[in-house]
Design a protein around this ligand. Structure first.
Ligand code: UDX
Length: 480
C-alpha cells in the first residue's frame, strides 16, 4: 500500500478549528481522533480502560494498524491529541463529541447497545453540569456524533438517553443543548488510516441543519482534501458529502456491509459451481468484474468473510428485519454460504488425506485478513476447532496474530516461523493471504512436507501451476 500521509507534515491554519472529544479509543475512535488531530483540530480520546489510556499517553498502540503509531505520537507531541479517562471533562470542553464504542453481537444476533447507552447517559449528566449548559449561554449546541454501528432508530434512542442522563444530574439544571448525528464509519482494518484520509464518501445523518453545518466544517479538510500528503500526485477531487436523515445514515452502514458480504458469498457460490463444471472462478470473476455495474473488487473466492464488521452487521440487519416480521432470505443465504466455505476446507483436506486423525496440518495465517492482528470471527478459529474435533494435529503461524491465537485456541500449536509450521505437515491451508505467506518458497515447502504434501489454498493466493510444479498437491476454491 502506498504511504499516503506523513505525520510530520504541518497543516496550514484551519478555516474553523474544533475541540473534539472521542469516546472509545478502539479501532474506529483512535483512528478518527488521530486523523482529526492531524488536520488541525484539538482532540481528546477518552476510554474507560485506564491501562489503555496510560499506554497511549506513552505512545504505545493497543492495536496493530499501519501508520497509526506515527500519527498518534506526532500529534500528541504537537499538543493536538491527548488521552484521558475523564468523560465529563471531555464533554465540558468539546464542540463535537464522537461516540465510537463497541456494539457487540448479542445472543440473538442483535447489536448490544449497552456501552452506547452508558456513554449517552454520561454525556447527558456531564452536559447538564457543564459550565454554560443552558441554551442561552452557549454559542452552539454540542454535536454528538454516533460512529458506532447501531440499529436503525438508535439516534433517537441515544438522544433520549442523553436527556435522561441530564435530568438525573443533581448539580445541573437539566437544560441541555445538543444534537445527535450519525456518521457511519467505512474504514477497513489494515488500511484504516488510509481510508480515513481518502474515503469514497462521507455520510452524515442529521435531523437539524445547524448540526450538518458544524459537521461539514469539521470534515472540510477531508471533503476538500486540503491536508498535506506525500501521496502520488493525484488530482484533488472533493469527496462526496452525503447528507440524509438519521435513520437512512444508520441504514447506509448496514446496507453497505451486507452488500459487500453478499458479493463475496455470491462469488463463493459461483466458485463451488465452477468446481463442478470445470471452470476457473478467477477468470469468471475477472470477466464479470469488468462490467462496471458489477465492479472487480470483492470478488475473491475462498474461505469467506470474517472480522469485526461483516458477521456482526449482517446478523444485526437480519435481526432488525425479523423484528418487523420480515424474513431476510437473501441475507440468510449469504451467511449460509459463508459458513459452508469453512466446512469446505475440511472436506478438501478429507478428500486427499481421508482420515484426519493424527495428520499434521499447517494453518498459514490466523488473522481474519492480512495486515491486522484481529481474530474476531476469523475463519482460522473455526477451522482449527474442526481439525481438533477430528483428531488432526494443527500447527498455526501468523506474522502478527500468533500470540493472540495461542490464547484463544489452547489446542492449537502456534509457531513463529512458517517453515516450522510446514515441517512434517501432511497438508497446509492458506487461511490468510499475508504478503509473506503468498511468497513462501514452494520448493522449500515441498522438501519439508510429508506426503501427500497437500496445499489447500483458502484464498486462491497461489498460482496452481507453480505449486504443482514444485511437487505439491494443489486444491484451491473454484479452480480445480
Ligand atoms: C469491512 C468493510 O470493508 C468496511 O467498509 C467496514 O467499515 C468494516 O467492515 P474489514 O472488516 O476491515 O472492513 O475488512 P474487509 O477488508 O472489508 O474484509 C472483510 C472480509 O471479507 C475479510 O474476512 C476478507 O478476507 C473477506 N474478503 C474480502 C473475501 O473473502 N473476498 C474478497 O474479495 C474481499
Amino acid at each position: 500500500m502506498r504511504v499516503a500521509w506523513r505525520a510530520s507534515l504541518e497543516m496550514g491554519p484551519l478555516a474553523e478549528e474544533f475541540n473534539v472529544g472521542v469516546v472509545g479509543a478502539g479501532y474506529v475512535g483512535l483512528v478518527t481522533g488521530a486523523c482529526l488531530a492531524y488536520v488541525g483540530h484539538r482532540v481528546t480520546c477518552v476510554d474507560k480502560d485506564e491501562g489503555r489510556v496510560a499506554e497511549l499517553k506513552e505512545g504505545r498502540m493497543p492495536i496493530y494498524e499501519p501508520g497509526l503509531e506515527d500519527l498518534v505520537v506526532q500529534n500528541s507531541r504537537r499538543g493536538r491529541l491527548s488521552f484521558s479517562t475523564d468523560i465529563a471533562g471531555t464533554v465540558h470542553e468539546a464542540d463535537v463529541l464522537f461516540v465510537a464504542v463497541d456494539t457487540p453481537q448479542g445472543d440473538d444476533g442483535s447489536a448490544d447497545l449497552s456501552s452506547v447507552a452508558a456513554v449517552a447517559r454520561s454525556i447527558g449528566r456531564a452536559l447538564a453540569e457543564r459550565p454554560g449548559a443552558g441554551r442561552a449561554q452557549r454559542e452552539r449546541p454540542l454535536v454528538v456524533v454516533n460512529k458506532s454501528t447501531v440499529p436503525v432508530g438508535s439516534g433517537d434512542y441515544v438522544s433520549m438517553l442523553i436527556q435522561e442522563g441530564a435530568s438525573e444530574s443533581s448539580s445541573g439544571n437539566g437544560a441541555v443543548d445538543y444534537r445527535v448525528v450519525s456518521s457511519p464509519e467505512f474504514l477497513r482494518e489494515g488500511s484504516a488510516v488510509y481510508d480515513s484520509f481518502f474515503p469514497n464518501r462521507i455520510v452524515l445523518g442529521a435531523d437539524k441543519r445547524d448540526a450538518l453545518d458544524t459537521m461539514r466544517a469539521l470534515y472540510e479538510p477531508f471533503i476538500e482534501q486540503t491536508f498535506p500528503t506525500q501521496v502520488d500526485p493525484r488530482p484533488k477531487v472533493a469527496v462526496p458529502f452525503v447528507t440524509t436523515d438519521l435513520a437512512s445514515a444508520e441504514m447506509i452502514k448496514y446496507a453497505a456491509n451486507a452488500f459487500l458480504a453478499t458479493k463475496i458469498s455470491f462469488i463463493n457460490e459461483i466458485a463451488t459451481i465452477c468446481e463442478l463444471v470445470g471452470a476457473d472462478v478467477s477468470s469468471v470473476a475477472h470477466g464479470i468484474g469488468l462490467d462496471d455495474r458489477i465492479g472487480s473488487r470483492f470478488l475473491s473466492a475462498g474461505i469467506g468473510w470474517g472480522g469485526s464488521c461483516f458477521p456482526k452487521d449482517v446478523a444485526a440487519l437480519r435481526s432488525i428485519a425479523r423484528e418487523y416480521d420480515h424474513e431476510p432470505v437473501l441475507l440468510d443465504a449469504s451467511v449460509a454460504v459463508n459458513e459452508r466455505q469453512r466446512k469446505r476446507v475440511v472436506s478438501k483436506l478429507q478428500r486427499d488425506l481421508h482420515t484426519l486423525k493424527g495428520k499434521r496440518v499447517a494453518l498459514l495465517g490466523l488473522a481474519f485478513k492480512p495486515n491486522t492482528d484481529d481474530l474476531r470471527e476469523a475463519p482460522s478459529l473455526e477451522i482449527a476447532r474442526a481439525l481438533d474435533q477430528r483428531g488432526a494435529r494443527a500447527v498455526g503461524y501468523d506474522p502478527v496474530a500468533g500470540k493472540k491465537a495461542a490464547g484463544l485456541l489452547p489446542n492449537l500449536r502456534v509457531v513463529f516461523d512458517p517453515y516450522e509450521a510446514l515441517s512434517g505437515a501432511h497438508a497446509a491451508v492458506v487461511v490468510t493471504e499475508w504478503e509473506e505467506i503468498r511468497t513462501l518458497d514452494l520448493q522449500r515447502i515441498a522438501a519439508l512436507m510429508e506426503s501427500p504434501k497437500l496445499l489447500v489454498d483458502g484464498r486462491n493466493a497461489y498460482d496452481p501451476r507453480a505449486v504443482r510444479d514444485s511437487g505439491l498437491l494443489y486444491r484451491g476454491f473454484g479452480r480445480e
